[in-house]
Design a protein around this ligand. Sequence first.
Ligand code: ZN
Length: 831
Amino acid sequence: MSDSTSIWGDRDLHPVLAEYLADVDPHLLDVGWSFETAKSVEYGLTDQSMLNHVRNGVFAIVWLNEIAPSFDAHELSDDELRKVVALFAVHDLHKLRGEQEMDEEYDIEADEVADLVDALGVDSFAPDLRIETFHACAVDHANTWNSNPEHSTRTYDRLRPYVRLADAFASCETPEAATVERNQTGLEVAYPGTDLELRHHTLDDVKGVFTNLLNGAVSHVLEERFGYERFLIYQDGCVYLTDEDAEMTVDDELIGDVYDRLQSDIGDSHPAYDDHDALADNLSTQSHGFYTINDQDFFYAGARNLLYAVAVKAKQDADPDSDPTDSMAETMETLNERLPIDIDATTRVAPGYARLVYTFKRAFVDPLVDAGLTDEDALTVTCRLFDVDEGVLDGLREIRDDEAVDLTAGGKWDYAYAVGQHIADRARRDHWQDVPGEVAKLLITNLDALDEGWDDIVMGAHAGQFETELRAYIGDVLRVGGQASPPTAEMDELSDPFEAHHATRRGKTCTFCNRGTTSTRKGDMKAPKSLTTLQAGYSNRIPADAGQPEKLLVCTPCQIEFSLRETGSSRRDAGRLFVHLVPDYFYTPTMWDLYADEIFARFTGEAMTRVGRLASAMFDVTTTEDRDRADETPISESISTVLREATRAEDVGGRSMIEQLQNGFDPDAGFGTQTLSFYKPQDNETEFQFFGVFVGLAVASTMGLRAYVSQSPIPEVRGRDFSEMVTLDAGFTTVNGFYGREIPLSKLRNRLGAAAALIELGYELARDDARFAKYLRIVRNKPLPGSYLLKRAVQDSDDGGAARYLLEEADYLDRYGNPTNDADTTTVIHE
Ligand SMILES: [Zn+2]
C-alpha cells in the first residue's frame, strides 16, 4: 500500500499513528470494514462501522498516551503503543463470524486469528507480537463472562488494560457515555496511582459553523480556567481529561467567559475578519457624508479593525482627481472664510477624509459621550482625538454658536471637512506612506489614552444585542458534566417558543430553529439585508402565510450561523440540499485536524464533481468483495477515487456541486460538526434529490461519517437523535422509496451500490439527469430493472458491445434496486 493513495495526505503525526494510517488502515478498507457493523441499530445501538470502531480506538489510545503524561501518568513506549494498536485492530474478530451462540462467541481457533492478522497486515506492523498474543486478545478483550482469559500471554496481560480502554472509548456514542464510571475505572486500571478524571461538556443545539466555534470557546475556557485537556470531540460536545476534581460551576461568570472567548475567537478564526479591505467593502456610503457599519461586522471584527476599515474606505474616497459637488465646494469655502486653515475646495480629498471623521464621530465618539466617558462634547472630543489644532477647534466651536451658519442641516456634520483637511495636511507633512494605518494608529493611541474602556463601550453600543442574545443562548444550551446554568437574567428574558406561538400567530420564534429571543421587539429578529441572498435559498422554510422572504424571523444565533456561512462558502443558490456530517462516534483532536485539513478542505466552492466517474468508483467500493475479478481495484484506492472525483480541480471538467460551509475557518477555533451544501441545476425535484442524496452519502460514507440530509440549512436533528448511519429529512418524499428514510449501516452498502449502478446504466443511455425520475419509476415497477435498462442501452448502441461492461451493474440493480425485496442485505451476492 503506497502513501500516494491515502486520503489522509502526508502530515506530521505520531509515528505509530502515521504507520497505522499508511500500513493498516487501508487494509481495513480493503476487507470491506466501512460497511461491516461493530455496533448496529439492529442491536439497539447507534451504528458504527468496524472501520470506525478500530480507527476511534486507535486514535483515542494514541492521543490518550500523548496527553496522559502531562498529568504525571505513565507513557507507553512507541513499541508498546504499536502492539496495543495491532491487538486492537483484531480484537473484534468474533463480530465477523456470523451468527454464533453466546457461549461460543469467543471459541475462536488460532487459525482464524492468523488469517485476520494476515489480511489486516498487522503482523508486519507489529512484528514482535506472537500469534498467541493476538489470539489471547481476540478471545479475551471484553470483560465478560464468556471470554476466555486462560489463553492469555504475558504480553497481553500487560497490554490488556490499554486495549480495553481503546475499546471502551471507541464504543461511546456520546460525551456523557464516554465519562461513565466504568471508563473511569478503566483509566485507573491502565494508569494506577494517578488521579485522572474524565469530564465532558455538551451543547443542546446544533447549527453548524457557529456550533463549532461555541464548542471551541467552551473548550478553550475549560482548558484555561480548569486545566481540562481536550480528549474526544463529538458533534455536540467534548470529553476531557483532567487530574483533579476541580470545583466547576456553570454560572453567569462561566457563561461570560465563554461569550468573551467566542466573540474574540470568531474575529480571529477567519482571515476575512481582519481583512481591512474586505471590511471596507462592507461599508455603505450615506448621502449625509458618512458610512454605515453593519452591527454584525462590529461583532465579528471588533472596533479596532472597523476603525481601520473606515480609514481604508475614506482613503479611497479622498480622490485628488475628482471634483467636489457644488454644495461640498460651497461649504468648504464657507469654512475657509472662518477658520485658520486652508481647505482645498477644488478636489474630493477633504470630503473623502471627512467621511471618516463623521463616521468616527457617529459610531465611536457619540457612544463614548453618551456613556459619560468624557465631560467634553462630541465635536471637541472628535477634534482632540484627531489632534486637530486648537485654533481650528476654537473656530469650529464659534461657527457652531453662529446662527448664520448651519453645518448640521439635513443630518450632515460639515465640521468634518476641516478635520478632513487636517488629516490630508498631516499625511503630507509627516510623509505617511500608509495613511489608513497611520490614522488608525493615531486614533487608537488617543482613544486608549482617553480611557482603556472605550472599546467595550463602542462594542456595547453596536453589538450589545448580540451579547444579550448570545449569553442567553449559551446559558440555555451549555451543560458541563451534565450541569446546566441556573437561570440568568438573559435567559429569563428568552421568550418561550410555545407561548409565543400561541400569543401571536407566528410569535417571536425563529423560523429555522424555533428558538425564542430575548428581545421585546420583533424587529430585532428580522434578518439583516446582508442575509437576503441566503434567504433566497430557503423558500421551503417560509410558512405559507408569511409572504415575502424578508419577513422571515431569524434568531441571533441563526443569523450568526448564516453570516459565518457566507464568509466560509460561495454558494447562494435557492433550493440547495444540506448534508450534515456527524462523526461516527467522535474525532480526537488529531483526527479533526486530519479531516479538516486533508479532506474537508477539498470541498471548496471551486471543486468540480464528475458524477459518472464518482458513481463508477462508488460501485467498486460497494461491490469489490462480491466480485471475482483478477484485476479488481482495492477498495482503499476506489475510496480515494470517489473523493477525487467529488472534488476535482477547476480546469479538468465536471460541475461545481458540493461545498463545505466553513472554508477558511481555523480548525482549532471550532470543531465537531461539518455541513456540505449540494447544488446543481435542477430539472425536476426527483432527479435533484436523487443525485443530491447520492453525492452526499457517497462522500459521507467515504469519509466514514454519519449523515443527516435535509432541505433545511439548520439541522432539525442532532446525531444523537437518530441511530442509523444516515437519515433523510421528511421532504425527500420522491426518493425515500429508493433510499429509505432511515438507512442503517447494514443497508447502506446496497443502497449506495444500487444508486451507483443506476447512474452508470442511466448515463450509458443518455447524459440526461432529467430522465432519472423515469428510471426510478422503472426500478420501482419492473421486476428486473437492471436487465431492462441494460437491454435498452444495448439496443441504443451501435455495436451492442459498449454496454456489456455494465453487466454487473445491471445484475446488482436487479437484485438490490428495490429495497423492499432485498431480504439479504449484507452478504455476498453471487451464491
Ligand atoms: Zn434560530
